[in-house]
Design a protein around this ligand. Structure first.
Ligand SMILES: [Zn+2]
Length: 258
């Protein structure tokens, strides 16, 4: 399995360092929004930055790219349809991000919704999904539509269930409080909330998650389920199709304070 080191940035961002299976000291940084904590981690663990993957254009995901590239010139992959720093190799669905010398290659998935050109990287049993999906939640719809986001999340739900899920933010505990407001009888969500609360009390990452768990606890992957549909329809006061269920639950979450 892929070795991945989390680097905390800002208040709740994660910059993931993917270790080369050929040489564990060489790493690819995913969404380095800030260069300083990456530099610290590289020094602390005696690692060498050998590549960068970017999922979308938001500053908290790309802000450190310029600084990192001034220190070492490494290949950068980024979304084909967004403007991101680092003069990246621009990729979209059906293409791959390949770091030949590191023995790392990832399939690119177009996953619009949070931003219109957002991409995710999937390979070696791991998914790097930026701000499209969080554990038990999903990104806000800043640029895309509910329909786009629902179909982006459906792509994730169709991946092998053991796929490790690396998201851009530590939002799991507050997402699970919301998930339980939508599905109060979801026992796996309740158990997972206890587990994640204990981890956060020790300042441990709740990530990676996996696809099996997300299918079971993430309300945004469960819009076709009777329980989620019923909760959304009770809120809307009418019958809803799956896209409308998603839109109602997303809006509900936007206004939810746990
Ligand atoms: Zn974002």
């Amino acid at each position: 399995m892929l070795q991945v080191t989390p680097v905390q940035a800002f208040t709740d961002n994660y910059i993931w360092l993917i270790h080369s299976p050929r040489d564990q000291r060489q790493v690819v940084a995913v969404d380095p929004g800030d260069a300083a904590p990456v530099h610290q981690a590289l020094t602390h663990f005696s690692l060498q930055l050998s590549g960068i993957l970017l999922t979308h254009h938001h500053r908290d995901h790309v802000g450190g790219v310029g600084d990192l590239l001034r220190q070492s010139s490494v290949p950068v992959f980024g979304p084909a349809n967004e403007s991101v720093p680092g003069n990246p190799i621009r990729v979209h669905s059906e293409q791959q991000a390949v770091f030949d010398s590191l023995g790392l290659e990832f399939d690119v998935l177009d996953v619009p919704g949070h931003t219109s050109g957002h991409v995710a990287y999937w390979g070696h049993g791991a998914l790097f999904c930026g701000d499209t999906m969080f554990s038990a939640g999903c990104g806000r719809l800043f640029e895309g539509t509910a329909e786009q986001m629902l179909s982006s999340l459906a792509q994730f739900a169709a991946l092998p269930e053991e796929t490790q899920v690396y998201c851009g933010h530590e939002y799991t505990v507050s997402n699970l409080r919301f998930a339980l407001a939508v599905e109060p009888d979801n026992e796996e969500s309740a158990r997972y909330l206890e587990e994640c609360s204990r981890k956060r009390a020790r300042n441990e990452a709740t990530l990676p998650s996996d696809i099996r768990r997300e299918r079971n606890v993430n309300p945004f992957l469960r819009c076709h389920r009777h329980t989620v549909k019923q909760a959304a329809e009770a809120r809307a006061g009418r019958e809803l199709n799956p896209v409308e269920v998603f839109a109602v639950v997303r809006e509900w979450k936007d206004g939810f304070r746990s």
